[in-house]
Design a protein around this ligand. Structure first.
Ligand SMILES: Nc1ncnc2c1ncn2[C@@H]1O[C@H](COP(=O)(O)OP(=O)(O)OP(=O)(O)O)[C@@H](O)[C@H]1O
Length: 274
C-alpha cells in the first residue's frame, strides 16, 4: 500500500534527518514510529506527504509515485493522505462541524469553500464521523470550548472526512493525560481496522506503542534499527534504539510514573475508606 524506498532527507544545515529508509505498510496496518528525540520521526512522517521535501528515494502510495509530482498533482495526491497532529491544528473560532468539513476542502470548488457551502453528502458524512468519534452532541460548539481529548477526536474526524487511503499521525497523545491518551489510541486503532486504513503513528511513549500497535519501527539517527512486534521489543532492542543512557532514563521515568499512580490510587482509597 505505502512503500518507501531509500528515503533520505538532508536539511540545508547538513543534518541528515532520514537516512536511506525503506519500509512497506500494507492496508489496514498501523505502525508505531519510536526513537529518541532528533531521530528523524517527524521528518520521516512529513516526507511522506512532502510537507518536507525528500532529498532522495521514492514514496509510492497504492501504485502512485508521490516523489517527483508537480504542485497540482501533489495537491490532488495529498487528499489521499490524512494527517493528525499533536496540537490538533483546529481553527479555534470555528465550530466542531466546520472543522470536520474543512477536511473536504481539497474536494470542493473555490467558491464552495469560500462561502463554506458544502454538498449535503459531505455534511451527512461529517455528522456520521462526529457520531463515530463520540462528538455528535458537540457539533455546533466552537473548537476552543473543547477539552484536549475532544479536540483530538475532531482532528481524527477531520482527517477521515478527506476519505484518506493513509493516515499520518504525529504525536497524537503528547498533549494528553494518560487515560485520554489510551482512549485516543484505542479509537485510532479501531478506526484503522474498520476502514482497512494503513497508518504511521509517531509516538514517543513506548508503553503506549507496545499496548496498542502491532508493529513498531525504531529509528535512530535517521535509520531503521528495529522493525518488529511489541513482543520483539526487548531491552536489547530498546537499547539499540535509544542507547544505554536514554533507555535507562526512560525506564526510571516510567517506574516513577507507576509509583506516582500507585500512590495517588492509595491516597484516593484511603479517603474513600476514611
Ligand atoms: N527544518 C529543519 N532544518 C534543519 N534541521 C532540521 C529541521 N527539522 C529537523 N531538523 C533536524 O533533523 C533531525 C531530526 O529531527 P526530527 O524533528 O525529524 O526528529 P524527531 O525524531 O521527530 O524528534 P522529536 O521526537 O524531538 O520531535 C534533528 O537533528 C533536527 O535538528
Amino acid at each position: 500500500m505505502l512503500d518507501l524506498n531509500g528515503l533520505t532527507k538532508t536539511y540545508k544545515t547538513g543534518d541528515r534527518a532520514v537516512n536511506d529508509v525503506s519500509l512497506s505498510v500494507p492496508k489496514g496496518q498501523i505502525v508505531g514510529l519510536i526513537g529518541p528525540s532528533g531521530a528523524g520521526k517527524s521528518s520521516l512522517i512529513r516526507c511522506i506527504n512532502r510537507l518536507v521535501e525528500p532529498t532522495a528515494g521514492r514514496i509510492t502510495l497504492a501504485g502512485t509515485e508521490l516523489t517527483g509530482l508537480g504542485p497540482r498533482a501533489l495537491r490532488r495526491q495529498r487528499r489521499r493522505i490524512g494527517m493528525i497532529f499533536q496540537e490538533y491544528a483546529l481553527v479555534e473560532r470555528l465550530t466542531v462541524m466546520e472543522n470536520v468539513l474543512s477536511g473536504r476542502l481539497g474536494y470542493v470548488s473555490f467558491w464552495q469553500s469560500f462561502t463554506r457551502r458544502f454538498p449535503p453528502a459531505d455534511i451527512a458524512r461529517a455528522y456520521a464521523l462526529l457520531d463515530r468519534v463520540g462528538l455528535l452532541d458537540h457539533a455546533d460548539k466552537r473548537a476552543d470550548a473543547l477539552s484536549g481529548g475532544q479536540r483530538q477526536r475532531v482532528g481524527i474526524a477531520r482527517a477521515l472526512a478527506q476519505d484518506p487511503e493513509l493516515l499520518l499521525v504525529d504525536e497524537p497523545t503528547a498533549s494528553l493525560d494518560p487515560k485520554t491518551s489510551r482512549q485516543i489510541m484505542r479509537l485510532l486503532t479501531e478506526i484503522c481496522a474498520e476502514r482497512d486504513l494503513p497508518a504511521i503513528v509517531n509516538i514517543h511513549d513506548v508503553a503506549l506503542a507496545r499496548q496498542f500497535l502491532p508493529r513498531i519501527v525504531g529509528l535512530r539517527a535517521g535509520q531503521v534499527v528495529f522493525d518488529g512486534t511489541p513482543a520483539d521489543l526487548t531491552d536489547i532492542a530498546l537499547t539499540r534504539i535509544y542507547g544505554d543512557e536514554d533507555w535507562d532514563a526512560m525506564r526510571r521515568a516510567e517506574a516513577e510514573d507507576e509509583a506516582e499512580t500507585r500512590e495517588a490510587l492509595a491516597a484516593r482509597d484511603a479517603m474513600v475508606l476514611a
